[in-house]
Structure formats: structure tokens, C-alpha cells
Design a protein around this ligand. Structure first.
Ligand code: ATP
Length: 355
């Protein structure tokens, strides 16, 4: 099976070709980078409008160059696209592109849930059978496990996604988007300070820790409010070194995710954990999860970075599994869904029987 995948839920305009016979995944991506502030939905959509045709053209060129079938046949079997969740204006552009391509190439459409794709790419690259998955991405943070034909949400954030929480702090201190890698770099020289840690059962919350981190940066006396918005400043106005705030943010936020991941392993009896999402590129998060899995005798897998951050490779890989299971979309059912939840997806491509 050969699938063209298209991704564009937020910042990454991306197209990919997955070849089931060779397991090769070709990915071409073009990132939207805001000049200041966070991701602006309209600007992100304009980026999709410009970049999607370009990345698709490159991916299709690759598909043609690696295709040894008849010249009058399409070099792919189907077009898979991220149907949601994500920013509506971005999703609509990707949906339109996918429909147009499917009609022009006369191949079926496959609608992929972006969060299930973050999970399935880890299952694919690890070869694990039935792992628990921690999705730690920009707009999401949740634990998923398979049961009775669905991926169930075992635990999740009660407020923002994990990457967005970190990005809000870095925006506050004047660092450019995305903030995650900058916090990771600054944390190397930091020491622990006390910040909130909120886990409630299987769920967790980031709003308290983000407010406390901003306050620690500004100084509790708020005397720094006139500090201006100097770019990329490394010094905290309030006396708490920014390195210490970054270090402690990572320790607490990733500690919360690791605690709930462990509880999910314990609850399901699974001894396999996979990591998904852009925050999964963080070495400290991977180290904590690895140590926790080691202690339980569980196996841990984090896909390579190109599969962790948003990318069309994961859309094409899950698209192939869905296509092979006959899960193609009629045009009238191909509407995008900004709030598409992972547990809405019937997992028809897995043949394992529920316990
Ligand atoms: P979603 O998949 O939920 O739609 P998203 O589209 O925002 O999320 P991802 O590519 O999964 O995108 O993740 C992007 C997030 O990853 C950003 O918030 C960014 O700050 C964060 N991030 C990237 N690298 C790192 C890192 N090294 N450490 C921590 N966070 C990181």
C-alpha cells in the first residue's frame, strides 16, 4: 500500500508518502513561524494556503519517482489527511486539498484523527503490541489505551495542552515561539524552586504552575510590571533566575505526566509505553519516562523527532492501516472536525480481540 498523507492542523504544512512494502516514509514539511506571539489561526491558515501545494508537489514527485507501476496509474492508492483536531481555518484548507487530490488522482480519501496518528506512529516504529500512549503535544496532553475497539482517554489535562502551557510562559518572558526548546536549554543551568504540582487521579492541570512561574519571573511584589518587553532577555526581573524557573517547570510538568503515565500502565496492566507529540522531543521528559519504565520492568519507546512533532508521515502511516482495513471516506463524510476526539474513532485496523 502506498499512501499520500497531508497534515496541517496548526503550524506544520506537511505532505508525506508511505510505502508499506519498504516501510519507507518520505516527509516534506514547511513550518509556520510567527514573528511574535503564539500561533495566530488566520496567519497559520495563510501559511497552509501557501505551503500545502508546495509540499504536496514535492511528495507527489517522490511518489512518481519511486513508483514502478503502469504509467497511466496513480503512484499512490489513497490520500489520507488530518481531519482534526486542530485549528478550523487550517483544517479546512487541508481538507479541500485532500478532496481535490483524491478526485484528480481518482483514488479514495482517508480521514485521519491527528491524535490517534501521534499514537499509532509510536506503535508502528516500536513494534509494540498494545502500548499505553502518552501524547505530549502543543494543544493536547493525554494518556490513551486500547480497549474494546477504541482508544480510551485514561487521563488528560484539565486545562491547556502541555506545549501550549510552556509556550505561554515563554511568551510572557518575551521569548519567540516555540518556547519548549528554549525552556529545555535554559533548564540545563537551573536549580529547583517550589512550584505547584497538580495531579487529580488520572488528570492533571497546568494553569496553576504557569501562573506561579510567571509570578516568579515578574517578582511577587509585581514591581517589574514596567520592565518592558525586551526580546530574548535571560534575566528575571523578580530575582528568581529564569534558569531555575525553567528547570522547575520541566521537573514538575514532566513529573506530573510521568506519574499519570505510570498509573495508566498500572491500571491497564500493560508493560509498554510509547510517547507521541512535539513535547516528546524533550530529553528530560524522555529520561523521566524511561527511568519510570525501567523501574517497573516496562518497555519505553519514543519515535525519532521527525515523527514526534506534527508531520504528515504519521498521517500516511495510519492512513495506510485504515485504507487496508477498508476505512475510506465518501466525499460527503469528509468534513473536518476541530474538536475530533481520539475516542470517537472506531479502531477498525487492529485485529486483536478485547480481553
Ligand atoms: P497537537 O499535536 O496537539 O495539535 P501542535 O500542533 O501544537 O500540537 P506539536 O508539533 O505536537 O504541535 O508540538 C509543538 C509543541 O512542542 C510546541 O508547544 C513546542 O513548544 C513544543 N516543543 C518542541 N520542542 C520541545 C522541547 N524540546 N521541549 C519541550 N517542548 C517542546
Amino acid at each position: 500500500t502506498r499512501i499520500l498523507g497531508i497534515e496541517g492542523t496548526a503550524w506544520a504544512a506537511s505532505a508525506a508518502v508511505f510505502d508499506g512494502a519498504t516501510d519507507d516514509v518520505f516527509i516534506e514539511s514547511d513550518a509556520y513561524e510567527p514573528d511574535s506571539g503564539g500561533i495566530h489561526p488566520r496567519e497559520a491558515a495563510e501559511h497552509m494556503h501557501d505551503a500545502i501545494p508546495r509540499v504536496v508537489e514535492t511528495a507527489l514527485e517522490h511518489a512518481h519517482n519511486t513508483f514502478d507501476g503502469p504509467a497511466d496509474e496513480a503512484p499512490i492508492d489513497a490520500v489520507a489527511f488530518s481531519q482534526g483536531p486542530g485549528l478550523g481555518p487550517c483544517l479546512r484548507i487541508v481538507g479541500t486539498a485532500a478532496r481535490a487530490l483524491s478526485q484528480a488522482l481518482e483514488v479514495p480519501l482517508v480521514g485521519v484523527n491527528h491524535m490517534v496518528a501521534h499514537l499509532e506512529i509510536g506503535r508502528h516504529t516500536s513494534g509494540f503490541d498494545s502500548p499505553v500512549c502518552l501524547n505530549a503535544s502543543g494543544a493536547n496532553a493525554h494518556l490513551l489505551a486500547y480497549r474494546n475497539g477504541r482508544y480510551r482517554v485514561l487521563g488528560e489535562t484539565m486545562d491547556t495542552g502541555v506545549g501550549n502551557a510552556i509556550d505561554k510562559f515563554t511568551r510572557h518572558v518575551g521569548w519567540t515561539h516555540p518556547g519548549g526548546p528554549k525552556v529545555e536549554a535554559a533548564a540545563e543551568d537551573g536549580q529547583y524552586i517550589d512550584l505547584p504540582y497538580v495531579v487529580k487521579g488520572m488528570d492533571f492541570s497546568f494553569s496553576g504552575i504557569m501562573s506561579a512561574a510567571k509570578q516568579a519571573h515578574d517578582g511577587v511584589s509585581a514591581s517589574s510590571a514596567s520592565g518592558g518587553s525586551s526580546d530574548e532577555r535571560r534575566e528575571s526581573d523578580g530575582g528568581t533566575p529564569i534558569e531555575d524557573i525553567c528547570f522547575s517547570l520541566q521537573e514538575n510538568i514532566f513529573g506530573m505526566l510521568t506519574e499519570v503515565a505510570e498509573r495508566a500502565l498500572s491500571l491497564t496492566g500493560s508493560d509498554e509505553l510509547v510517547l507521541g507529540g512535539g513535547v516528546g522531543q524533550n530529553a528530560r521528559l524522555r529520561e523521566m519516562l524511561e527511568a519510570m519504565c525501567d523501574q517497573r520492568g516496562a518497555d519505553f519507546h519514543a519515535p525519532e523527532p521527525r515523527f514526534l512533532r506534527d508531520n504528515a508521515g504519521m498521517i500516511a502511516v495510519l492512513g495506510a492501516k485504515m485504507y487496508d482495513a477498508g476505512e475510506t471516506l465518501a466525499l460527503e463524510d469528509s468534513r473536518v472536525d476541530p474538536n475530533y476526539r481520539p475516542d470517537q474513532v472506531p479502531v477498525v485496523w487492529r485485529t486483536d480481540e478485547p480481553e
